[in-house]
Structure formats: C-alpha cells, structure tokens
Ligand binder design. Structure first.
Ligand code: FNR
Length: 344
C-alpha cells in the first residue's frame, strides 16, 4: 500500500505496520506514565486563534532565516537517535530529504551515521551534543562536527541521566560508519560516555571556547533557566521536554514557551518542540513567539515509510499547511504572527 505522508495524519500507525516492533517501541516510547508524551500534542490544540480579515493574503511567505540559515519554513528536523532503524541509509536519507525540502537537520549525538557522511548529503545541519563525563570525548566530538561543517551546536541539557522508557534497544545491531566505536566502547569506558550530571551554565562558555559555532541549549522549560543560558552565552534556546522521554509530568512546551519568550526578550532565537503535528500547531507556536519548531517522531515515521522522499514530503506538507493557516489567519508574513493572534 502506498503510504500517505502528510503532517497530522496517522503516520505513527502507518509506520507501525512497516517497522519491527522493537524499533517502533523505541521511537514511540515516553517515560513514566507517558503523561507528558500524551499532553504535548493536546496542549497545542488548546490554543484558540483570533484570525485577522481583509489583510491581503494573496502572497504568503513562510520563509525564515535562523542563525544565518535560510529555511523554506520554520520547521526543522529534531535530533533523534538511530535513524538506521527506520531506513538502511539512516541519517543520510534524512539529511537528503531535509535538504530537498529546504529545511535544516539537527543531527543527534546518537546518530547511526557518522557526521561526515551526513554532511556529504549536502544540506545545512546543526550538531546536537551531550557533555559527557569525560570532557576529552566531548571536545573530540565538537572538533569533529565543527570540521565536518555543522553550522551550530545544540547542547541538550534535560538528560543528566537517561530515563528508562521500557523500550530500550539491545546492543547496537548495526555496523554503520564508525558509530559502534563512537557509542558503544568497551565496558571500561562506558561511564565516560555517560552524560555529565554535574553540568552548569559554565558548559556553554566552555563550548564557546572549543568552537566558533553558536551554541543553542535544548531542553529548557523555565524562564529563569533560559535567562541563565543567554547570560552564559547561548545563541538560542530550545523549549523542549525531550518528546516526553525524560521527566514525566512536565509542563507542556506550548505552555512553557510564552514565559521563556518573555524572559529572552528577543536577544536570541527561541525554538520549541514536542507534539507539533500540523501546520496549525506551527502557526500557534510562531504566534506565541517561537522562531521555529522542531519535529521529532513524525520525521522518523516518514523516514520509515518512504525514506528520503518521505521526509521531504512530510516537511513540504508542514509548509503547505502553515501557508494555508497563515492565509486564513490574515498573516502574509512572519511579522504578522503576533501573540494577539492566539488566546488560551
Ligand atoms: C529523541 N530526542 C532526542 N533529543 C536529543 O537532544 N538527542 C537525542 O539523541 C534524541 N533522541 C531521540 C530519539 C527518539 C526516538 C525520540 C522520539 C526523541 C528528543 C527530540 O529531539 C525532540 O525533543 C522530540 O522528539 C520532540 O517531540 P516530538 O516531535 O517527537 O513529539
């Protein structure tokens, strides 16, 4: 059966039919009682829109420039681990689909393909990183992704410890590039590869010394934390609850976003992710002050269903839906997406 790839449709259900059960469980898992996982998408739908009329929407422009990168729409592929479970080419296929759609890939530190191979796909990409217990390993990886052409670093900070999700993968069942060497060193080094739970905002300054790349911080939900990150030199904030995979019962990102936007006050871009299923969700996020959204699982489902073409089609559908929603809300450009457009 030909898959139907469109944002907001039954992508997860379609992907479940083609993925093996372990991979599907790993991708779809949340933590705890899955409360955050369930609420994330619902919370976007709770906002109500106050559309403008008679505003000449004959030409709607969804384009954005994010830290110097031009995007066809402010919808970016979130960093998610192990794309080889969805497609043999893994992140290389994702990167090609993302590039074809005029978007940006945030490459997971737990990617199944080496950053150099992903860079060779040609599109713009940022490198998500963790600060590990052994700083030498972090330093090497940062130097590596910088040399490979990453345009920014995305430091994920909501995972000082990885939360059990009841759907863990066994030993990495693949041999792609150097990933096995990068992620599953012999037992003696296992602890060094863990995320450093002692991290503070100083890590941001340390990363800025290691690399000239802008450093965004991912996994912020509180305005005071956002401010501390900006003060420490962050070039962007990503409001995220890790797709409901870390601490359960956190405030949904659509509700955490407005106070963070107020605290950051335009000093750096603010991005958001978690349950962004449709172009209408994107419109709400932008009206609430986000500069862009990231999309995690839907990209994995599209990748599983149709490889790079699936990823391109999915991102294209987000853009089409956003364009339509902007027109119907009386917003021809990003400048019209202001907070008075939505009501709680
Ligand atoms: C993730 N996420 C994630 N985040 C990160 O910073 N590094 C990582 O390696 C991963 N890996 C990962 C794997 C899988 C299977 C999922 C589903 C998620 C979190 C991801 O970047 C993003 O925050 C969420 O996926 C956003 O929520 P949605 O779009 O999946 O609802």
């Amino acid at each position: 059966m030909t898959p139907r790839i469109e944002a907001g449709t039954d992508l997860a259900e379609q992907a479940r039919q083609v993925l093996d059960s372990t991979s599907y469980a790993y991708y779809s898992a949340g933590s705890g009682e899955n409360l955050s996982l369930r609420e994330a998408a619902e919370a976007w739908r709770k906002w109500r829109i106050l559309p403008r009329v008679l505003r000449d929407v004959s030409a709607v422009d969804t384009r954005r420039t994010l830290l110097g990168t031009d995007l066809s729409a402010p919808v970016v592929a979130a960093p998610t681990a192990f794309h080889h479970l969805a497609s043999p080419q893994g992140e290389i296929a994702t990167a090609r689909g993302v590039a074809a759609a005029g978007s940006l890939l945030v490459l997971s530190a737990r990617s199944s393909r080496a950053p150099e191979a992903v860079a060779a796909a040609g599109g713009p990409w940022w490198a998500q990183i963790y600060c590990l217990r052994d700083p030498a390993l972090t330093r090497t990886y940062v130097e590596r992704v910088t040399a490979a052409g990453a345009r920014a670093l995305v430091l994920t900070v909501d995972a000082p410890y990885v939360t059990p999700r009841g759907a863990e993968l066994g030993p990495l069942p693949f041999d792609a590039d150097d990933t096995a060497a990068r992620l599953s060193d012999p037992a003696t080094r296992t602890r060094a590869l863990e995320q450093d739970p002692a991290l503070t905002p100083h890590a941001i300054a340390w990363l800025r010394e290691l690399s000239d790349l802008p450093v965004l911080v991912k996994g912020v939900l509180r305005p005071d934390d956002a401010l501390a990150c900006v003060t420490a030199g962050a070039a962007g904030i990503i409001v995220s609850a890790h797709g409901g995979r870390q601490l359960d019962r956190v405030l949904p990102t659509s509700r955490a976003l407005p106070p963070v936007v107020r605290a950051v006050a335009g000093r750096v871009p603010v991005l958001v992710d978690g349950g962004v299923c449709t172009g209408l969700d994107v419109l709400v996020a932008l009206a609430l002050g986000a500069d862009a959204v990231l999309v995690g699982r839907p990209v994995l489902w599209a990748l599983a269903l149709a490889g790079e073409a699936g990823v391109e089609t999915l991102l294209h559908s987000y853009r089409e839906q956003l364009s339509r929603a902007m027109a119907l809300a009386g917003c021809a450009t990003a400048a019209h997406l202001t907070s008075d457009l939505v009501s709680a």
